[in-house]
Design a protein. Sequence first.
Length: 410
Amino acid sequence: MRQEKTIIWGITSILLSKTSQARICAVSLQFSTFNCVLKTVDIELIGLGDRGMTALRSLLRIGEKLPVRISALRDTDVERVRAAQRTMDNGQLVRQAHHKSMVNGQWSMVDVVKLTYICTDWQSHARLAIEAMRAGRHVAVEVPAALTLEDINALVETSETTGCHCFMLENCCYDPAILDAIRRIREGEIGMPIHAEGTYYHALDGRWTPWRLEMNRHQRGDLYPTHELAPICMALGITNGQWTMDNGQWTMDNGQCSMDNVQWSMVNGQWPQDRITTLVSMDTAAFTGPSAYEQRMGTAAPDFCNGDHTTTLLRTALGRTIILRHDVLTPQPYDRLFHIVGTRGTITVRDDGSQSHSALTQTMNERLIGALAAGKPLDFGVRDMAVWCAVTPLSELSIKRGFAPVEWPL
Ligand SMILES: NC(=O)c1ccc[n+]([C@@H]2O[C@H](COP(=O)([O-])OP(=O)(O)OC[C@H]3O[C@@H](n4cnc5c(N)ncnc54)[C@H](O)[C@@H]3O)[C@@H](O)[C@H]2O)c1
């Protein structure tokens, strides 16, 4: 097997697959690639740390049944690229190497990659995703895809002008217990959902990565809201109508729900869409953050600013409320809560962290690759990503303004 190693922008890249495939269907700004059938989903995987290696193993497994191929591996750390490559070799799924992928310091427009799958640290997500879409590639990007409103808007605009998908890899949307709860809610079991609570309690302890600690050192607010908010948005109909969950119960197409036996929510025969209008956040002081930082990084951080526990309240246009709680510092048990209060009852799903999340990731990746290969709409679109990620910059803003309510700008 021939390999090529190119160092550009300090990024080491090993390209592994053959260039005989046609390029992504179109790179023209006028031509949408959204529903293009891909004969082979050639993937460039960027970021080969813990999550990237989980993704790699998942994608290799999918390669046994769907037309997917790992075509490029990228990481700023060459040792990680080599380790990932060994995993590929062991999987015996490596195809022939192909020609250089860089032309004049840019990713070539003639290489084979059709999907850029990003598992790097948070700060690099938006930039890498925008670069990839501008090169005509679909993007799948880990949570959170963006940290600022500017980056969120840039992702939406780039996706919609290039016609390239920007799919955020929110695996909690594929939790079977939550999907079952959403089905029951849509069947009218708890009446109209009027309030939701979600938590992300995960004492990171030895799992802190330096970049995540640095983020928490310099920024206040809920820095990781999407695991609990995304499923709540599904339950409350805060969406852009791209869901295609084909569990036989319901599908959505352009905001119209095709299910006609839903009792609580039909308005003029249509599924009502809701949207968030207001956010307010309040945090505790940074009680344990400075010592967590010192323990992991070896230097004191008296300026560590993020509170141990952040609570965010959201209100929607239909007058419903959501509470999000974020705590990755205090030594309490893992808790990813999904709690929905309806006019006739409640539904609660609680993930205590005792089960592996790899099945959720596997389902998500299978549905993503399957949809791309078939030219079908993805389960979630770039505007869902925008709503789920906006909590971070807006909670920071609310806290900065003295825990004041801020208008939802999307
Ligand atoms: N969905 C989930 O359940 C879940 C679970 C864990 C992590 N994550 C997300 O996955 C992402 C990665 O987390 P992790 O724990 O694997 O982090 P990590 O630090 O272990 O790995 C990140 C990797 O990205 C590389 N990298 C950074 N910038 C790069 C760049 N510009 N180009 C190429 N490579 C670059 C680093 O060298 C490193 O190898 C984060 O966004 C995290 O939030 C999601």
